[in-house]
Design a protein around this ligand. Sequence first.
Ligand code: KG4
Length: 338
Amino acid sequence: MSDIILAIESSCDDTSCAVIRDGFLLSNVIASQKVHEAYGGVVPELASRAHQQNIVPVVSEALRQAAVNRSELSAIAYTRGPGLLGSLLVGTSFAKGMAISLGIPLIDVNHLHAHVLSHFIKEKEDDKTPEFPYLCLLISGGNSQIVLVKSTSEMEILGQTIDDAAGEAFDKCAKVMGLPYPGGPHIDRYAAEGNAERFKFSKPHIPGLDYSFSGLKTSFLYSVRDGLKHDPDFIANNLPDLCASLQKTIIDILLDKLKKAIRQTGVKDVAIGGGVSANSGVRDAVERLCTSMGIRAWIPPRKFTTDNAAMVAIAGYTKFLTKDFSDISLPPYARVSI
Ligand code: KG4
């Protein structure tokens, strides 16, 4: 008999549901919330309300696309945290209600574990997976971490940001340039046509494997402010070069520490995950770094980089195999480490 897991992700502003059978993805439906664009960032109260509206149609659509009946499900997995509490409560409550009504186990998933394990999502029989131990550069709107992945359940943070995440640097600098939220994908697009050597922004000097992006953000803000003093159309006249130079600086910061971590650990596999791993420059740079160091790079399909329930499903499946189920009384958590 097959093991079929339905997974729910609602940690931030994407309502998503996925169904997997024996580790193979059958469906992955994502409803993104456009309501936040007007505010230049996610508004928690609006996010929870949108999750409430989206969750029933998203779950129904995921079951329909998977051609699976609710009665065939073996377990319900859900993102317990970290994330926005009001958003998490919607997914958590829905998952609990569904598990109770169907009389099947409930599996809580750490959102960060799910990002790291996104490389284990299988769509085809011959899909390959990284070998343990491997390093994962986890870069999103809320995190920038270098994680040593020892197994599907054992992960150690070797370095992390002491202030802003890489995604925040992208989004906040994009806001300075008047680009819509989230700014990362817009910067990625303009950067493709720009000169990355044109502007220089400051880089942090942080010991060990930790990151910092707040200084870069300030340096970028001051450069734009100075430019505007001399040319009121400074941003419009230099947009691709500003984006390319900013993106290159973020990549240099990320890869400098990643390279150190590879040398320190001697791993043979390096993966990337989280929303910022959708960035074209990051993907190329990690691929090039790994090739130059004679190791394997694992670059996820773009659809599995930003928040999605497929990664929650595969993380939930690894817990299902060891019968690591969760109690119905567990509350969601806004903050938690990997
Ligand atoms: O993982 P994610 O969907 O949400 C969490 O933070 O958990 O990541 C969202 C972040 C945002 O900061 C967004 O700007 C960034 O990922 N992002 C990108 C790109 N696509 C998404 N940053 C740079 N280039 C991209 N192509």
